[in-house]
Ligand binder design. Structure first.
Ligand SMILES: [Fe+2]
Length: 373
């Protein structure tokens, strides 16, 4: 039996494995994953969805009823003060509140995905970026080995001087979200290793990242840093490509198994799309993700409105309203998801209407400067 892996490579994204399986997956090292990624192979085999990503959601999990095991932050420094500091501040970020459900998809559904192999090869692999077109952030930055480095560096500082602190908070949060993907793989996105849930989840999150990086690009341009705008815009276009791939897969699922797919969409939306970025931690701020999300919301980089817009976009993209022949459960799910964007918007308007006290918090990413939430 061969696994089906769709391997993306853009030098930045982790391998996005699409795993169709009812069996648990053995964890692999990052090096191994990279090796696999380089092969850009299409395999078939039992798998579990492995997640990259990412972005802030307005669907944060509720407060936990049990805490993650705490452990001290690892440090490479040997000074006594560091040790004391570490003892004072144990690592305490991710909080999961639900019991994880694994492998909820009925085994007989596996055949559906096995039969999709040829379709995936023809329709999804075309979205892989050729290796020669891959990029690294340093491609856009001055080369320290070049003669003009000092001048170019000063120019970079000059370009960035109009950029406000709160923009940097969002930019850093966005970048950490992308760079720290392996760390986030331990989170439970509540997709239960079901490809139905998994592809809906990734469709949503890829579009969320496309929107957020697109907005950081737009803001960077407004602040006069065209180079930074170019970097953020390049990331946004990669995210768009990922969104296209995942939404195509879900579109196909709606075509061949509309009832299960609409039920999965409703299920995922009831659970809410919580992005792995909520596990981010800087060793200081236990509410870092919340603070980062608040700043992103205030700057309009990623907002509650975007959450509703993404859902509305996907419902339209998959023509959910037009599906016929559903079971009664399926029709209920259809009604629920089609009406949900409006409900989210109404709730958001109500919360906007409530007077909020301006709050400032220090953010370690910008040397503990105070940032308005
Ligand atoms: Fe992506």
């Amino acid at each position: 039996m061969t696994p089906l892996h769709i391997l993306y490579s853009n030098n930045k994204e982790l391998l996005l494995s699409i795993n169709f399986s009812i069996l648990p997956v053995k964890k692999t090292s990052r090096a191994t994953r990279r090796k696999k990624e380089r092969k850009m192979a299409l395999n078939l085999n039992p798998i579990a969805l492995k997640y990259s990503h990412k972005y802030p959601s307005f669907a944060l999990p509720p407060k936990p009823n049990r805490k993650s095991p705490k452990f001290l932050r690892a440090s490479t420094l040997s000074s006594g003060s560091t040790e004391v500091e570490s003892l004072k501040k144990p690592f305490s970020p991710p909080r999961e509140v639900h019991v994880q459900v694994t492998h909820s998809m009925p085994p007989e559904k596996i055949e559906i995905f096995k039969n999709l192999e040829g379709w995936v090869e023809e329709n999804i692999l075309v979205h892989l970026k050729p290796v020669e077109k891959c990029w690294q952030p340093q491609d856009f930055l001055p080369d320290p080995a070049s003669d003009g480095f000092h001048d170019q560096f000063m120019e970079l500082r000059d370009r960035a001087k109009e950029i406000p602190d709160d923009y940097f908070v969002v930019l850093v949060g966005d970048m950490i979200t992308e760079e720290a993907l392996p760390t986030y793989q331990t989170m439970d996105p509540r997709t239960e290793n079901s490809p139905y849930l998994g592809f809906i989840y990734t469709s949503f999150q890829e579009r969320a990242t496309f929107i957020s990086h697109g907005n950081t690009a737009r803001h960077a341009k407004e602040y006069g840093d065209s180079k930074l705008a170019q970097i953020c815009g390049t990331i946004a276009s990669d995210e768009k490509r990922h969104e296209t791939a995942y939404t195509k897969i879900v579109e196909k699922l709606f075509e061949i198994d509309p009832d299960a797919t609409v039920l999965a969409l409703a299920d995922m939306m009831r659970k809410k799309i919580a992005m792995p970025a909520h596990l981010m931690y800087d060793g200081h701020d236990d509410n870092l993700f919340k603070h980062f999300s608040s700043v992103a919301q205030r700057l309009g980089v990623y907002t509650a409105k975007d959450y509703a817009d993404i859902l509305e976009f996907l419902v339209g993209r998959w023509r959910v309203e037009e599906i016929t022949g559903l079971s009664s459960e399926g029709r209920k799910a259809q009604d629920y998801v089609c009406g949900l964007p409006q409900r989210i918007r109404r709730l958001e308007e109500r919360s906007q209407g409530r007077a909020k006290e301006a709050r400032y918090v220090p953010i370690s990413w910008i040397f503990d400067k105070q940032v308005k939430l």
